[in-house]
Design a protein around this ligand. Structure first.
Ligand code: CMC
Length: 431
């Protein structure tokens, strides 16, 4: 339920402007400023959107001060313990946990859609050997829409669950093929009898003459990573997906844009950056102290990657779960990774340091996830791709919200700070 029966008053240039107060179901409050410019001539300015609510959404709730994350009202801790990525994908996209029949139907749709059009192999062949898999992922998700012409004409011809399953299923095939291409390895086709995450690991690591040994702990660990990334309300990539969707672009085009936004090191690219940071610290023989000092120095160009968050001013609840899973998986796989010791040392040192304490900088989801992925054998350049596969349900659900309650096209305004009126100078007179 949304409450809108209150208003507040803003006085600008001596004029009173009445603005509605909006209250969400978790008592988050906002001032609706959509009529402000018409009434006063002013717009609001919020660099980096730190204080801007860009939409109303029923998908994910975060309380960054208390470290709470819930998908459709269900705490992330419960889902991590009891559910699976595909069940959670259904919850996020369709708005409810599936019944057995719904889950079977959704899984069948994923299986039906796991293959790519065979002609797409020529697109993969066109990329240079060292192409980053995030570039391939984005390009190939977008290219997939060319093989589903109905997307470009009548997007809603198939039911949304079919569209969602098509993208969710194909993204894992594209991701695995991108990796195989980057290593010069032959593509491995999906196996219909394998479940989502196991099938992905099979396509990543099997050989034409030898199936990959699917250890249950490895499959469970990657499934947990996907589940923990499944949505996170209006982060940079999801806001991008909604922005593109608002122009009524198709689902694949919107998700491809999300992949590009996710790639940057301040967002999803941080998981790759964390591992590279830990490797550098390890190689240099530093126990992390020198790096912490550099991360505090604004002129060093360094940040403690995997630390800090725009919304969480408390320990990221996903990081807590991943840290526990990290100890568990490494023990089960009998792996002793020195990078885990460095990460724990960095965390302890940062949480004692006034710089990080005063700025409320805690480990985020990316701090420990890379160590699990490394233990599973996922190469570092594929880390952000794992984030993208995991985030797909969130992007799809946000796309669905935009399409189901079509808002106006997203179109922020700006405050212009460039030159005032001046005139064209012929080239010979220019200095
Ligand atoms: N190391 C050192 N200093 C930091 C860090 C860090 N990781 N993060 C923030 N700060 C400092 C920053 O320099 C600033 O200091 P001051 O107030 O003295 O100028 C203050 O803390 C506030 O930082 P901000 O950049 O204004 O905060 P933001 O909300 O714009 O940025 C962030 C959030 C996640 C981009 C940032 O904390 C960061 O760059 N972290 C490292 C990259 C990272 O781990 N990203 C993954 C985010 S979680 C998963 C995801 O969403 O993709």
């Amino acid at each position: 339920m949304l409450y809108m029966d209150k208003t507040t008053e803003l006085i600008l240039d001596g004029k009173i402007c009445k603005l509605p107060i909006i209250e969400g179901t978790e008592q988050e409050r906002a001032v609706d400023i959509s009529a402000l410019r018409d009434q006063t001539g002013y717009i609001t300015l919020d660099d980096g959107y730190g204080n801007t609510g860009s939409c109303r959404s029923q998908i994910t709730f975060i309380d960054g001060e208390k470290g709470i994350l819930r998908y459709r009202g269900i705490p992330i801790e419960e889902l991590a313990e009891k559910s699976t990525f595909i069940e959670v994908a259904h919850l996020i996209i369709m708005g409810k946990l599936p019944t057995s029949a719904e889950l079977r139907h959704f899984s069948d749709l994923l299986t039906d859609n796991e293959l790519l059009n065979e002609a797409m192999k020529y697109h993969f062949e066109g990329f240079p050997p060292n192409a980053h898999p995030m570039a391939i992922l984005s390009a190939m998700i977008n290219a997939t829409s060319c093989y589903h012409s109905e997307l470009l004409t009548d997007q809603m011809r198939d039911s949304f669950v079919v569209q969602a399953a098509r993208l969710l299923s194909k993204v894992r095939t594209i991701a695995a093929f991108a990796y195989r291409k980057s290593r010069g390895l032959p593509a491995i086709y999906p196996k219909p009898d394998l479940k989502y995450t196991a099938n992905f690991l099979h396509m990543m690591f099997s050989l034409p003459y030898k199936d990959y040994d699917l250890k249950p702990e490895t499959v469970k660990a990657l499934d947990l990573i996907f589940l923990l990334h499944a949505d996170h309300e209006q982060n940079c990539s999801t806001a991008t997906v909604r922005m593109v969707a608002s122009s009524r672009a198709n689902l694949f085009a919107s998700a491809a844009a999300g992949v590009c936004a996710l790639w940057g090191p301040l967002h999803g690219g941080a998981n790759q950056a964390v591992l590279e940071m830990l490797e550098d610290i390890h190689k240099s023989g530093d126990d992390g102290s020198k790096f912490i000092a550099a991360a505090k120095d604004k002129h060093s160009g360094k940040r403690l990657m995997g630390f800090g968050h725009r919304v969480y001013k408390h320990y990221d609840p996903r990081a807590k779960i991943i840290k526990r899973a990290c100890d568990d998986v490494l023990a089960k796989l009998h792996i002793n990774d020195p990078l885990l010791d460095i990460a724990k040392h960095l965390e302890e040192a940062a949480l004692r340091d006034s710089y990080f304490v005063e700025r409320k900088l805690y480990p985020n989801v990316d701090f420990y996830s890379g160590i699990i992925m490394r233990a599973i054998g996922i190469p570092v350049e594929m880390f952000t791709v794992m984030f993208a596969i995991g985030r797909m349900p969130g992007w799809i659900a946000n796309y669905k919200e935009v399409m189901e309650a079509p808002t106006r096209i997203y179109r922020p305004r700006q405050i212009y700070t460039g030159p005032t009126l001046n005139h064209y100078t012929p080239i010979k007179e220019r200095k």
